[in-house]
Design a protein around this ligand. Structure first.
Ligand SMILES: *Cc1c(COP(=O)(O)O)cnc(C)c1O
Length: 450
C-alpha cells in the first residue's frame, strides 16, 4: 500500500483523540501568539497537518469534519488530484515571470474558462488578481474609467473585503472597519431584500426593497453619478442572505436603464458553491462584471474580474495588473479545479448537499425554535438563530455556543451575519454523504445540549 498523504487519499473519518485543540496545537498556539499579530484571528486554533475530501487532520492526530472549506475555497476538496497534478507540473517549469513582463498560456486559458462559464453569451474579457478584495477594487476602477462617473452603490449586510476601498464597501463595522478609517469616499449603501427580517414579510420584500434602494439612489446620489452597483447574489459574511425574489432582476434592470455597471460579487457564491456555476444564474441575471476568487483555484490565491469586453477594455494598457496577478501556479491550479468541477459534476453535488442539509435542518427546526430561518442554496447553507421566533431577536450567544460544541466534537463550523447569530455551512462539495450526515448529527446533538 502506498503511504497515505493529504488530499483525496486521506481517510474520510472523524477522529477525536485529544481535547480540541489538543496539546500540540496549544504549544503551537503559544508560539503563534508570540509572533503573529493579534489582529489575525482563527476560528479554531487546531494546527493543520493534512486535509482532503471532507476532513482536516491536526497535529494531535484528530480528524475534523470540515463544514468550512477554508471559507468556501476548497470546494473541490483540499489538494484535489487535478489541482496538485497541474500545479506541481507548473512549479517544476517556472514559478513566475510576471504576466505583465512575459506572458504564459495558463493565464489565457483561465480567462477562456471564465469567458465560457460566466453568464451571458456576449464577448467577455478578464483580468486576474491575487485576492477577492483586489478583484473588487479593480471592478470599481474599471467601472469608473468606463462610465467616467465616481459613485459606487453597495448594500446593507454586504461584504467585499478588508482593503481600504473594500472596507468602505463592506457594511459591518466590527471587526472589519472599527478603528481603520478614514474610508474611501463616494461609496453609498442602500437596503437589500432580507426576506426574513423585512417588516412587511418575505412575499413583499423583493419589490419593496428594490423600490427603496432605487429611490435612495435616484434621490440621494443621482443615477447618472453612479459608476457601479455591486452586490453579492447570495450575501456571504452578512449571513447567507438570498435577496428575495425579484430584487436582483429589478436592480440589474435599473443599472442597465441608467448606464450603470452592474457588478456581481460572486467571490463566495461562485464556482458551483450554490449548485450553479454562478449564483446570479438563479434569476437569469447577466452581470456586466463579475468578481471571482475563493473557490476558483482549489486553495491557491487567484481572483478575477470578468465582464463585457467593451467595459473591460476601457482601462488603458498598464492601468490594470500587479506583480503576482494571475501567477502561473495559481492559474494551473484553477484549471485543475475547474476540470474537477466539470468531471465530478460538482453543481449536482452541491444540490444534493442542499437537499440533505435542508431536510435535516428543517426537522431540527421543528424541535428547536431557536432556529429562526434556514436558507441558502447548494452547499452554502445557513441557519439564523433567534431568542424567540416571534420577535426574531438575534441570538449570537447561541451561535457561539453551538459552534463551540461542534468544535469540541470534531466538526468545524463557521458563524457569520451582521448580528453574529448565523451558523453557516460550507462543506467541500466532494464531502461524502456519511460525513455530511455525521456532521449534521453533531449539530443536532449540540442543539439538544444548548
Ligand atoms: C471573501 C470575500 C471577499 C474578499 O476576498 P479576499 O480574497 O478575502 O480578499 C470579497 N467579496 C466576497 C463576497 C467575499 O466573500
Amino acid at each position: 500500500m502506498t503511504e497515505l498523504t493529504g488530499g483525496p487519499s486521506l481517510p474520510q473519518e472523524r477522529r477525536v483523540v485529544t481535547a480540541i485543540p489538543g496539546p500540540k496545537s496549544l504549544e503551537l498556539q503559544a508560539r503563534r501568539t508570540a509572533v503573529v499579530a493579534a489582529g489575525v484571528g482563527s476560528t479554531l486554533p487546531v494546527f493543520t497537518t493534512r486535509a482532503g475530501g471532507g476532513v482536516i487532520e491536526d497535529v494531535d492526530g484528530n480528524s475534523l469534519i470540515d463544514f468550512g472549506s477554508g471559507i468556501a475555497v476548497t470546494s473541490v476538496g483540499n489538494s484535489a488530484e487535478a489541482v496538485v497534478r497541474r500545479a506541481t507540473a507548473q512549479l517544476a517549469d517556472f514559478t513566475h515571470t510576471c504576466f505583465m513582463v512575459t506572458p504564459y498560456e495558463g493565464y489565457v486559458a483561465v480567462c477562456e474558462q471564465l469567458a465560457e462559464l460566466t453568464p451571458g453569451d456576449h464577448a467577455k474579457k478578464s483580468a486576474l488578481f491575487n485576492s477577492g478584495a483586489e478583484a473588487v477594487e479593480n471592478a470599481v476602477k474599471i467601472a469608473r474609467v468606463h462610465t467616467k462617473r465616481q459613485a459606487v452603490v453597495v448594500f446593507d449586510h454586504g461584504y467585499h473585503g478588508r482593503t481600504n476601498l473594500t472596507m468602505a464597501l463592506t457594511a459591518k463595522n466590527m471587526p472589519y472597519k472599527q478603528g481603520f478609517g478614514p474610508f474611501a469616499p463616494e461609496v453609498y449603501r442602500v437596503p437589500v431584500a432580507y426576506g426574513y427580517r423585512w417588516p412587511t414579510g418575505p412575499e413583499n420584500c423583493g419589490p419593496e426593497a428594490a423600490a427603496q434602494a432605487i429611490d435612495q439612489i435616484t434621490k440621494q446620489i443621482g443615477a447618472d453619478n453612479v459608476a457601479a452597483i455591486i452586490i453579492e447574489p447570495v450575501l456571504g459574511e452578512g449571513g447567507f442572505i438570498e435577496p428575495a425574489k425579484g430584487f436582483l432582476p429589478r436592480i440589474a434592470q435599473f443599472a442597465k436603464d441608467n448606464g450603470i455597471v452592474f457588478v456581481a460579487d460572486e467571490i463566495q457564491s461562485g464556482f458551483c458553491r450554490t449548485g450553479q456555476w454562478f449564483a446570479c444564474e438563479d434569476e437569469g441575471i447577466v452581470p456586466d462584471l463579475i468578481t471571482t476568487a475563493k473557490g476558483i483555484a482549489g486553495g491557491l490565491p487567484l481572483a478575477a474580474v470578468t465582464g463585457r469586453a467593451e467595459i473591460m477594455d476601457s482601462a488603458h494598457p498598464g492601468g490594470l495588473g500587479g506583480t503576482y496577478g494571475g501567477n502561473p501556479v495559481a492559474c494551473a491550479a484553477a484549471l485543475g479545479a475547474i476540470e474537477t468541477m466539470r468531471e465530478l459534476d460538482l453543481n449536482a453535488k452541491a444540490k444534493r448537499i442542499e437537499e440533505v442539509m435542508k431536510g435535516r435542518l428543517a426537522a431540527m427546526q421543528e424541535k428547536f425554535p431557536v432556529i429562526g430561518d434556514i436558507r441558502g442554496r447548494g452547499a452554502m447553507i445557513a441557519i439564523e438563530l433567534v431568542k424567540d421566533p416571534a420577535t426574531k431577536e438575534a441570538h449570537p450567544a447561541a451561535a457561539a455556543a453551538l459552534a463551540k460544541a461542534c468544535h469540541a466534537e470534531g466538526l468545524l463550523v463557521l458563524t457569520c451575519g451582521t448580528y453574529g447569530n448565523v451558523l453557516r455551512f460550507l462543506p467541500p462539495l466532494v464531502i461524502g454523504e456519511d460525513l455530511l450526515n455525521e456532521g449534521l448529527d453533531i449539530i443536532e446533538a449540540a442543539f439538544a445540549g444548548l
